[in-house]
Design a protein around this ligand. Structure first.
Ligand SMILES: *Cc1c(COP(=O)(O)O)cnc(C)c1O
Length: 409
């Protein structure tokens, strides 16, 4: 085979990204984070039971997301657990979740003896399909978890309508959606409770961490108690009025998060600009399918840049394409999720729960998730933090691999 500029790097060609095309580092940090951490260290108040940095960040983050109440905790996984519990979900209750998401969205239900029930996603956006949710409702359904996957808000109007018709709660899993907006309102307290993650890969991070937001004061009190060993705000140290976990965030993490929150608006502008440019550049490439903008999505969280290449799915070469992208200089390119209804551990555990309770096993039927999981590729958010030239190179690498798809096996 002739080696031309079109020859894939995987096959000996020249990579689309050269040594000068540095992938933006993540997380971004400077003197602000250093001073914040040192400040906590020197204060000697390292936990939120003694300091006030967590409380300050809770206020700031709730304000940022336009929610009345914010409670921080250890991670986004436990955030979903306490959100479900604050919505009254317990043993044997069914929780409708999408299959195309991080495993925590479903495992959170299992942790509290509840049953995750999968409703399919929409092919263009990978987001929960409200019609599939409605079809999955049973008398045991207690909550719907809407995942704002990639930072794109789910169809909250339609999901709220389904929830209202059946008197079930809506939890927003906004782990990927800091700063995202639906019809001009930030996500998190659009549903009953919203959950966030500050894990290393997320658009706002302290290495680990999470938050739950709500406009409902009763839910906020329940969340506080669940995170703080059953204590009530203003109550005594050994006054445990409910059985709660200890899920508290440390003051060090909150100090970093305050600095990261200050960076977020400017970072989002860069991500938005680059995602828009990438969308334009890839719009001309045959075979690439991108989710169309939706007027209801007034701000996209831009956590992942997701696209589908159906021909790669049909040929069974999507994973080869991801390896080819890595060789072109995009090692962060990903084949995305294995749908959760295909995860044996989750399904085994679900089976065990319903068998013990004598409840029916919710047989999953998610053909769209099965399909999109064969042909989806995404880039994580740091790839959206470069300059125009870098973004052009990224688009060039993707276009090169998709055009050469026939050479992949
Ligand atoms: C990251 C993530 C979580 C879990 O958050 P952790 O902080 O890693 O526990 C849950 N749901 C989604 C959609 C996520 O992306």
């Amino acid at each position: 085979m002739d080696v031309t500029t079109d020859t894939l790097a995987l096959h000996g060609g020249t990579p689309a990204l050269g040594p000068g095309d540095t992938i933006p580092g993540w997380p971004e940090h400077d003197d602000a984070e250093e001073q914040a951490v040192l400040g906590v260290l020197r204060s000697g108040r390292w936990g939120s039971t003694h300091g006030d940095v967590v409380a300050t960040f809770e206020r700031e983050f709730a304000d940022y997301q336009q929610a009345a109440h914010g409670i921080c905790l250890v991670n986004g996984t436990m955030a979903i657990v306490v959100a479900l519990r604050a919505c009254g979900v317990g043993i044997g209750d069914e929780v409708i979740v999408p299959p195309y998401t991080f495993i925590a969205t479903a495992s959170a239900a299992l942790f509290i003896g509840a049953v995750p029930v999968f409703a399919d996603v929409q092919p263009a956006t990978h987001l929960l399909d409200p019609a599939a949710v409605e079809a999955a409702i049973t008398p045991r359904t207690k909550a719907i978890v809407a995942v704002h996957l990639a930072g794109r808000p789910a169809d909250m109007d339609a999901l709220a309508a389904v929830a209202a018709r059946h008197s079930v709660a809506v939890v927003e899993d906004a782990a990927q959606a800091h700063g995202a907006e639906y019809r001009g309102r930030r996500v998190g307290a659009i549903g009953d409770v919203g959950t966030f993650s500050f894990q290393s890969s997320k658009n706002m991070t302290a290495g680990e961490g999470g938050a739950v937001l709500t406009d409902d004061e009763r839910a906020a009190n329940a969340l506080y108690s669940l995170v703080n060993v059953g204590r009530v705000r203003g109550g005594g140290w050994y006054e445990h009025t409910s059985v709660g976990y200890n899920l508290r965030l440390t003051e060090f993490q909150a100090a970093i998060l305050r600095a990261q929150l200050a960076r977020h608006p400017a970072q989002q502008q860069v991500r938005e600009r680059n995602a828009t440019l990438l969308t334009q550049l890839l719009g001309d490439v045959d075979g690439i399918e991108l989710a169309q903008p939706d007027p209801a999505v007034t701000a996209h969280g831009r956590h992942l840049f997701v696209f589908r290449v159906p021909a790669l799915g049909a040929a069974g070469t999507r994973d080869a394409a991801v390896r080819a992208l890595a060789a072109e200089g995009l090692p962060g390119a990903s084949s995305g999720y294995v749908p959760l209804h295909r995860n044996e551990a989750l399904m085994r555990e679900t089976r065990a729960v319903v068998d013990r309770l004598g409840q029916p096993y919710p047989e999953p039927d998610c053909p769209v998730a099965d399909q999109v999981s064969t042909d989806t590729i995404w880039l994580p958010q740091p790839y959206l933090l470069g300059d125009d030239e870098f973004t052009h190179r990224v688009a060039g690498a993707i276009a090169k691999v998709v055009r050469a798809a026939a050479a992949l096996k």
